[in-house]
Design a protein around this ligand. Structure first.
Ligand SMILES: Nc1ncnc2c1ncn2[C@@H]1O[C@H](COP(=O)(O)OP(=O)(O)OP(=O)(O)O)[C@@H](O)[C@H]1O
Length: 249
């Protein structure tokens, strides 16, 4: 299958700080690709660059056949790309129903908007039960589900998810991953997921990139990296094995 996303030699700067350097990454149609890296590695910046939130200083990002560098986020979204940001960014005082409808605004007026909404409630029965709850009163896991549901409201081809595990109990994280993989299965979604830890990722991803200090340190098939050794070295940097004891990246 051809690449759905092709990132080529991307550099991003915030003033004097170089947040990404020389980053190249591809995602094939239907793949689940995970980007693992410690705090400050540049993971969020990478997704923001793809979604049009930050403009690379150098390099190219192609989504399908379209060069997206320089396009505004809403224009990129209309190409079929959706981002679930870190921290979820749901509207706490609005109900679940209202939050979901906001997700549909981008294609407002589209004839099948109602069908999209019904389809979502089938995919997320938990949210159907809580449609009239203020979103701020949902549990952390339900809020993450809502953020994912809102992002898939308009049938994106590519879903970018920034640290879905953050602050959630392991059992809830498993549920979130079940939902993401179910969406891939049922909707043919392609997924790029950022995580700080590879614990779960190795089980769910097709391919993995390790990002540290704004650079890709390692890329490989999850099946080939299953023992975690190469990931640990790339995550912490060669030559610092003393820091690895008892720590699972
Ligand atoms: N808007 C910004 N302005 C200035 N510096 C920024 C900005 N956003 C991120 N940075 C810096 O860029 C670097 C990469 O940050 P980024 O948030 O992309 O990393 P991350 O891997 O997503 O980390 P985290 O897991 O903490 O979200 C960090 O040094 C961060 O402080």
């Amino acid at each position: 299958m051809g690449a759905l996303l092709t990132i080529d030699d991307v550099h991003v700067r915030y003033g004097d700080l170089v947040a990404l350097r020389d980053v190249s990454l591809t995602v094939a149609q239907g793949e689940v690709v995970c980007v693992i890296g410690p705090n400050g590695a540049g993971k969020s910046t990478l997704l923001a660059a793809v979604a049009g939130g930050v403009t690379p200083w150098r390099g190219s990002i192609r989504f399908g056949d379209t060069e997206v560098v320089g396009l505004r986020p809403e224009v990129v979204a209309r190409q079929g790309l959706s981002l679930v940001p870190e921290g979820r960014h749901i509207f706490g005082t609005l109900t679940v129903d209202e939050n979901l409808r906001i997700g549909g605004f981008i294609h407002k007026g589209r004839a099948d908007a109602k069908a999209d909404y019904e389809r979502l409630l089938e995919l997320f029965p938990r949210l159907r039960e809580r449609l009239n709850f203020p979103a701020g009163r949902l549990s952390g896991g339900e809020q993450q589900m809502l953020a994912v549901a809102r992002a898939v409201m308009t049938r994106p081809r590519l879903l970018l998810v920034d640290e879905p595990s953050l602050g959630l109990a392991p059992r809830i994280v498993d549920q979130i991953y079940e939902i993401l993989l179910d969406l891939r299965q049922r909707e043919g979604l392609t997924l790029v997921i950022n995580e700080q830890s590879s614990n779960r990722i190795l089980k769910h991803a097709d391919r993995i990139y390790v990002l540290r200090g704004g650079r890709i340190q390692l890329e490989g098939r999850a099946a080939d990296l299953a023992d975690g050794e190469a990931i640990r070295s790339a995550y912490f940097g060669f030559g610092s094995p003393a820091t690895l004891e008892g720590v699972t990246p």
